[in-house]
Design a protein around this ligand. Structure first.
Ligand SMILES: NC(=O)c1ccc[n+]([C@@H]2O[C@H](COP(=O)([O-])OP(=O)(O)OC[C@H]3O[C@@H](n4cnc5c(N)ncnc54)[C@H](OP(=O)(O)O)[C@@H]3O)[C@@H](O)[C@H]2O)c1
Length: 207
């Protein structure tokens, strides 16, 4: 790795986000990680006014699927709104802020293999990722000065599924599920994400 870029990882408390920060630090890149207390993606005014001007690359590793295990009808409507706000609207506004601030750069966001094989209970989560994809694929044609990268990932062993269960399962139980389903290691995913950026890829599929 010889290119030294200034990176921002949003959602650096998460499994994939923290792995990205660690990997970049290990390879001597300049990286800043921020978490929800610094920037809540549901606080749209803050998302639009956050200073992104110095970052060559922004990795948005934020997302959640709170309550999805219950399905659309039983999940609380606030969880549904929060998924759409965080995964889609917050993502799009962060990209808008970045593209209107910078003359060049790369915006990386994480989609999901759910887009290829959704089950009924994925309705809202999958919809929020599909909405991001539909929009950003078209935005790329308008914002040609910014490179967008969609990173599509399958099951990854993080805190993601634990948050889905809203405290009804322990992290140990969730980890067992991850192990039974051959979930990916977040360090491997992070490595692939960084490599895709350095290789100027616009899409990477890590299933
Ligand atoms: N893990 C998987 O199987 C999987 C599969 C497909 C796609 N993905 C995608 O991968 C990305 C990273 O997820 P992960 O697996 O690393 O999950 P994770 O370990 O649960 O991390 C999620 C991160 O998002 C942050 N976050 C959630 N809502 C936020 C908000 N409103 N504002 C700011 N930060 C917020 C969390 O912050 P807190 O620590 O404050 O909660 C955490 O840093 C997400 O976009 C997810 O949809 C994951």
């Amino acid at each position: 790795m010889n290119k030294k870029l200034n990176w921002l990882v949003v959602g650096s408390s998460g499994g994939i986000g923290s792995s990205c920060v660690r990997f970049l630090q290990q390879h001597d890149h300049v990286v800043t990680g921020i978490n929800r207390p610094q920037l809540d993606l549901e606080d749209f005014d803050s998302v639009m006014s956050f200073d992104l001007s110095c970052y060559d690359v922004v990795i948005n590793a934020v997302g959640h699927t709170k309550g999805t295990y219950q399905g659309f009808l039983r999940n609380h409507y606030k969880n549904i709104i929060s998924q759409i706000n965080t995964n889609m609207i917050g993502n799009l506004l962060l990209a808008k802020n970045y593209a209107t601030t910078r003359l060049s750069g790369r915006y990386v966001w994480i989609s999901s293999s759910v887009l290829d094989s959704a089950r009924p209970f994925h309705s809202v989560y999958g919809g929020s990722k599909a909405g991001s994809k539909f929009t950003l694929d078209l935005v790329q044609q308008e914002a040609t000065h910014i490179n967008f990268t969609e990173v599509k990932v399958g099951l990854v062993k993080t805190k993601f599924r634990y948050h889905n269960y809203c405290g009804t399962r322990t992290q140990e139980q969730v980890d067992q599920e991850y192990n039974q389903n051959n979930a990916l290691d977040p360090n491997f995913v992070a490595q692939q994400i960084i490599k895709s950026v350095l290789d100027n890829q616009t899409f990477v599929n890590i299933a």
